[in-house]
Write a protein that binds this ligand. Structure first.
Ligand code: FAD
Length: 284
């Protein structure tokens, strides 16, 4: 028994289009995504080449898409997906502290920052984490840092404080609203990790900060970190014309599959991925 037929990872134009088309085909679908209002497209002042909606802003377009998907029978889960693992005839999707079982997955994660900070992968699981909900308790009473590349990193920092960690939130710009008293704030852009068998030091620009744990809150997770078996070339998920990846049951659409980075292309690929995923689960 699966939680959903298909989960779409990412709620931009590709993911929304995929989810709408899955629902139209009668599949049980969920979108698991970061808040779309934090995406780069949301900040676009004017989009002139999306057919039928000249001059629309990115925010208007995404708000409209979010309303449209809500009118279908699609569950929206506001959470970052951290891993997708194969389980015999389906997949486990781990998002925050929740895990869903599904028959198929559509990855629509947008352009992903693929460059890691120096030392990041070396200390992954040994001081570096991407999820306060999952790993925060390990650092209770200890010194943690949150590198916030999205505004909702504030929630991760506040959560660590509530767990009983000492927390410094580090972001490239001014502090967003909602930081709880007790969370220290620091501005920083360049990061590096060092230590011995475990992480000991976070270097922020030129300052060394002793830490036990660092939580990195990025806009997205690199595809090969989400699913190490996935075929990725130059940072893009390799797909065929049906939006199938090298893994049966895993499909991809939108900017995460490569250029051009365009809304029409993303939503078109989302639809193709939905049709392919729907017929995949019907054949099973
Ligand atoms: C300023 C700007 C202006 C633009 N103007 C135009 C234009 O005029 N015309 C045009 O056609 N295109 C334009 N684009 C490009 C367009 O925005 C993209 O091509 C389009 O948004 C791609 O859609 P997508 O669904 O593939 O990815 P995105 O829109 O990037 O959506 C991906 C979503 O998935 C979320 N996500 C990623 N990883 C995870 C994860 N692991 N778990 C949960 N959620 C995750 C992301 O946070 C994001 O919300 C513009 C882009 C920008 C930045």
């Amino acid at each position: 028994m699966f939680d959903y037929d298909i989960v779409v990872v990412g709620g931009g134009p590709a993911g929304i289009s995929a989810a709408i088309n899955l629902a139209a085909k009668g599949k049980s679908a969920a979108i698991c995504s970061n808040n779309y209002a934090e995406s780069a497209l949301y900040k676009a002042k004017r989009v002139d080449n999306y057919p039928g909606l000249p001059g629309i802003s990115g925010a208007q377009l995404l708000d409209g898409m979010a309303r449209q998907v809500q009118s279908f029978d699609v569950k929206t889960i506001r959470s970052q997906v951290l891993s997708v693992a194969e389980i015999g005839d389906g997949f486990y999707i781990s998002a925050g502290s929740e895990v869903f079982s599904v028959k198929a997955v559509i990855l629509a994660t947008g352009v992903v920052q693929t460059a890691f900070y120096p030392g990041e992968t070396q200390y992954l699981g040994r001081g570096v984490s991407y999820c306060a909900t999952c790993d925060g308790m390990l650092y209770r009473g200890r010194k943690t840092a949150v590198i916030g590349l999205r505004n909702d990193a504030v929630e991760e920092a506040n959560q660590l404080l509530e767990i009983g960690c000492e927390v410094v939130l580090i972001m490239p710009n001014d502090p967003p609203e909602g930081i709880k008293p007790g969370v220290e704030f620091l501005r920083g852009r360049k990061f590096a990790f060092s230590g011995d068998e475990v992480l000991r030091t976070l270097t922020v620009d030129d300052e060394n900060i002793p830490v036990d744990g660092v939580f990195i809150v990025r806009a997205s997770v690199a595809p090969d970190l989400l699913m190490p078996e996935l075929s990725v070339k130059d940072g893009y998920i390799v797909v065929n014309e049906k939006m199938e990846t090298n893994i049966a049951g895993v499909f991809a659409a939108g900017d995460c599959t490569g250029r051009p980075y365009q809304i029409s292309k993303a939503s078109g690929q989302g639809q193709v991925a939905a049709f392919s995923a729907a017929s995949y689960i019907e054949r099973k």
